[in-house]
Structures are given as C-alpha cells and as structure tokens.
Write a protein that binds this ligand. Structure first.
Ligand code: CAA
Ligand code: NAD
Length: 283
C-alpha cells in the first residue's frame, strides 16, 4: 500500500517524536491535538530537536526547514480525510482511545490504516470499535522516539497480513527496527520493563534505599542507561500506573499490583519530568 500522508493524534512527548521521524522520512505529516497550544508545544519541541542537529553539524538548515515544512499543525479532525496512515498517541486510557478510534473510523478514507502507539492496551479491543479491524494495528514506539531504534508491532486478532507488511515497511523507512509481537497485555516491552520499575518503587516505598541509590545500583550494576526511577519520571508516572493497571487487570495476577506510592504521586499530580516533579524535581 502506498502511504504518503500520515496523521499523528496527540502532540505530547511521543506524538511529537513520531511526527518528527515521519517528516524526516519525507512523509507529509499532520500533528493533531485538542488545542492549538498543545500542537504548538509539540511543533516547538520538534523544531528545537532539529535545530540541535543543525548546531552539531549533522543536518543542514535547509533540511531542517524542509522537515518543518512537511509538518502541518492540526486541531481539526477533518484532516484525517487526507491521511493514508493515522498513528494515535493520546493518553493511555481505553475510553479515550476508543472514542478517538470511532471518530477516526468515520473520518478517514476507507483504505487508511489506523495504528495505536499504546504501551499496553489490547489492540483487538481498540479495533473492535471500528468497521475496519483488519486495518488496525499496534505501532509501539519507544521514548525518546528520535533516538530509540525499536518499534514493537502488535498484531490485533484481525489485523491483515497486508497491513502488517505495510507497517513493517514504513517502520524500516523511518529508520527503525520492527519487532513483531502478539496482542497480550503490555506486549513484550512493558510486560518486562514495567514490573521492574514498579518493584523499584516498592523498594523506595519500603525504605530499602533512597531514590538516588536505587538508580545508581541499576545504572552501575546492570549498565542501564537510566535508573528505574529516573526512567519512570521520564516515561510519565501516569503512563506507568496505567500500564501496571492494564497488566493487573489483563492477567488477574497480584504480582502486577501497582505500588501505592505510584498511585499517591499520580493523585498528587506528580507525573514526573513533564510536570516538573516525580521521584525527582525538575526545573
Ligand atoms: N529527544 C530527542 N533526543 C534526545 C532526547 C530526547 N528527549 N534525549 C536525549 N536525546 C539525544 C541527545 O540529543 C543525544 O543525541 P546526540 O548524541 O546525537 O547528540 C543522545 O540522545 C544522547 O543524549 P545525552 O548524551 O544527553 O544523554 P544520554 O547518553 O544519557 O542518553 C537517553 C539519553 C538516550 C535518553 C538514554 O538515557 C537512554 O537510553 N535512556 C533509556 C531510555 C529508555 O529506556 N527508553 C524506553 C522507555 S520505555 C518506552 O518508551 C515504552 C513505553 O511504552 C513506556
Ligand atoms: P503525553 O501526556 O505527553 O501526551 C498525550 C497528548 O495527547 C497530550 O498532548 C493530550 O493533549 C493529547 N490528547 C489527549 N486526548 C486527546 C484526544 N482525544 N485527541 C487528540 N489529542 C489528545 O503522553 P505520551 O507520553 O506522549 O503518551 C502517549 C501515548 O504513547 C500513551 O498511549 C502512552 O502509553 C504511549 N507511550 C508512551 C511512552 C512514554 O515513554 N511516555 C512510550 C511509548 C508509548
């Protein structure tokens, strides 16, 4: 299938990164969010990232301007009518995602593929609210998108082979490595990563060590680039909590119980780096 125009729904940290890598690979991209200010924040972060590349001599100013020229801000869902592929990257909540997919199913052309960047939610359930479940697929990028190589590709129960192959080929086209997984809670990435992060939060909650010590141990002892609490702040504590809830509900096993400290921080609005406060404080 020939994909030329991509629409990204949600201009937060993931959506803006996804829009950036797609525009860098010469696709026309709409970056869509609920409000103009959210879209502008996303576009500004892409512009800043590209300008850093120019400053480091890795990209010319013309190329940066070309990428930004292919990136179209959107607050009108009508733009979906022009898209061949739509990648959803809104909050990790099934009700919000199914509402978005119902709307996209109405607006998008019949041939368009609807992909979700969900971290953990069932693709099959999202697909079921549309009239095109064979064209719904999981396209799970890693954070920060411009840096991380992996895209976990999740086949819903009814995802067609043709759609899978198209998404695999687009993933390679944007310089990423696709890895195929089946549709189970948390897929592979977050089924393994998030219980480790949750366990680090339990260790803090139980007073086993200070946050800096927990992170230092995992960085120096296991060669992780970031300690688990720094990584949780980086991902967003709301996202971490929603993923743990999906694992707990999906597998029905107490080993996935979110740490009460994680819940408390999210209730307080301490969502990590994006709100300036989580396990650490950010200026
Ligand atoms: N956006 C874009 N680029 C970024 C960036 C960001 N937010 N943060 C860092 N970078 C780039 C820097 O510009 C730099 O690039 P150059 O070398 O080309 O200049 C490069 O990344 C390295 O950055 P730094 O030297 O500043 O810092 P670092 O060496 O510590 O690397 C990191 C930063 C790549 C983020 C590294 O700490 C890392 O790999 N951390 C772990 C990230 C990780 O585990 N991601 C997966 C999270 S889980 C997930 O995404 C799935 C989910 O569903 C929750
Ligand atoms: P974020 O909070 O940074 O951004 C979410 C954006 O979606 C916000 O700008 C919000 O205004 C927008 N939004 C919410 N409802 C919307 C709607 N109905 N229509 C249009 N826009 C809407 O979140 P994020 O970290 O970018 O995460 C987005 C998705 O990506 C989640 O499903 C998350 O699980 C997944 N994800 C996150 C990470 C991570 O490390 N943060 C990694 C991989 C996948």
């Amino acid at each position: 299938m020939n994909v030329q125009t991509i629409m990204v729904i949600g201009a937060g940290q993931m959506g803006s990164g996804i829009a950036q890598v797609c525009a860098m690979a010469n696709y026309k991209v709409y970056l869509h969010d609920l409000k103009e200010e959210y879209v502008q924040k996303g576009v500004s972060s892409v512009a800043a990232q590209l300008s850093r590349q120019v400053d480091k001599g890795r990209m010319t100013a013309e190329d940066r301007d070309g990428v930004l020229g292919r990136l179209h801000p959107s607050t009108s869902i009508q733009n979906a009518a022009e898209a061949d592929l739509i990648i959803e990257a809104v909050v990790e909540n099934m009700d919000v995602k199914t509402q978005v997919f119902k709307m996209l199913d109405e607006m998008a052309p019949e041939h368009a593929i609807l992909a979700s960047n969900t971290s953990s939610l069932p693709i099959t359930e999202i697909a079921a609210v549309t009239k095109r479940p064979e064209k719904v697929i999981g396209m799970h990028f890693m954070n920060p998108v411009p840096v991380m190589k992996l895209v976990e590709i999740i086949r819903g129960l009814q995802t067609s082979d043709e759609v899978y192959e198209t998404i695999e080929s687009i993933t390679k086209n944007i310089g990423k490595v696709p890895v195929e997984v089946q549709d189970f809670p948390g897929f592979i990435s977050n089924r393994i990563l998030m219980p480790m992060i949750n366990e680090a939060i339990f260790a803090l909650y139980e007073g086993v060590a200070e946050p800096e010590a927990i992170d230092e141990i995992m960085k120096l002892g296991m060669n992780h680039p970031m300690g688990p609490l720094t990584l949780a702040d980086f991902i967003g504590l709301d996202t971490c909590l929603y993923i743990m809830e999906t694992l707990q509900e999906g597998f029905g096993d107490d080993k996935y119980r979110p740490c009460p400290l994680l819940r408390k921080y999210v209730k307080a609005g301490w969502l990590g780096k994006k709100t300036g406060k989580g396990f650490y404080t950010y200026s």
